[in-house]
Design a protein around this ligand. Structure first.
Ligand code: G3P
Length: 219
């Protein structure tokens, strides 16, 4: 599974890019607003740090506006993926941008039928918001599972990008459900390797070695 960071914060992105585990970045208007900076400038900087897909969301809601903004942000760098909302105009823009060779991430997906429609519009990625589905008392990971089934039934190649991830369990469950990508906030990214038994085991190994004077010498 590919791992993206869900962030527009340059320091966070730089930190995880340096770990070698970052396959891409997703941003959205809310994350861009948090930076207090010009969105295009931020996107330029991110594409200079990360080689993989960098999602840049349009702000227009009509087809022509989305096409214009999509083309504008796609010019920033070859690894920009244009993010459009899952609306009739959004899917029309998805089809249009894909015809121009631009990668598209269809966002705000909350049902398998919506995901099927995005795939039929040629989306590169579909972003089901699993945390927000859970917030409504429904089953976010179940949504990933259902989309996987629909895509596999019909051979759709759109990649399932699990978004609105709120926990390490969401990452585990998305991987088990067959998501192609998980986009993870930095606060969860840093927890991916945590396990109390790893810490306990390492402390015991080191204590045993110290007690017995075990060392590694030479070159
Ligand atoms: O990038 C979209 C998505 O990941 C938003 O997550 O936590 O605001 O529901 P959240």
């Amino acid at each position: 599974m590919k791992l993206f960071i869900d962030s527009a914060d340059i320091d966070e992105i730089r930190e995880y890019a340096g770990s070698g585990f970052l396959d891409g970045v997703t941003t959205n208007p809310s994350l861009a607003a948090k930076t207090g900076r010009d969105y295009v400038e931020v996107l330029k900087e991110i594409t200079g740090i990360v080689k993989g897909s960098v999602s840049a969301e349009v702000l227009a809601t009509d087809h022509d506006g989305m096409m214009a903004q999509g083309r504008r942000v796609a010019k920033i760098a070859s690894n920009i993926t244009v993010k459009v909302p899952l609306t009739w105009d959004g899917l029309k823009a998805c089809r249009g941008l894909r015809a121009e060779g631009i990668a598209v991430n269809v966002t705000l997906c909350f049902s398998p039928v919506q995901a099927m429609m995005a795939a039929k519009a040629g989306a590169t990625y579909i972003s089901p918001f699993i945390g927000r589905v859970d917030d409504c008392g429904e089953d976010g990971v179940g949504l990933i599972r259902d989309i996987r089934t629909v895509y596999d039934n019909y051979g759709f190649t759109t990649e399932i990008l699990a978004a609105s991830i709120r926990s390490v369990s969401h990452v585990r469950e998305s991987a088990l459900a067959g998501a192609d990508v998980a986009t993870i906030p930095a606060s969860i990214f840093k927890l991916l390797l945590n396990h109390p038994l790893t810490d306990k085991g390492l402390a015991a190994f080191l204590a045993d070695a110290k007690k017995a004077g075990v060392e590694i010498r030479g070159t």
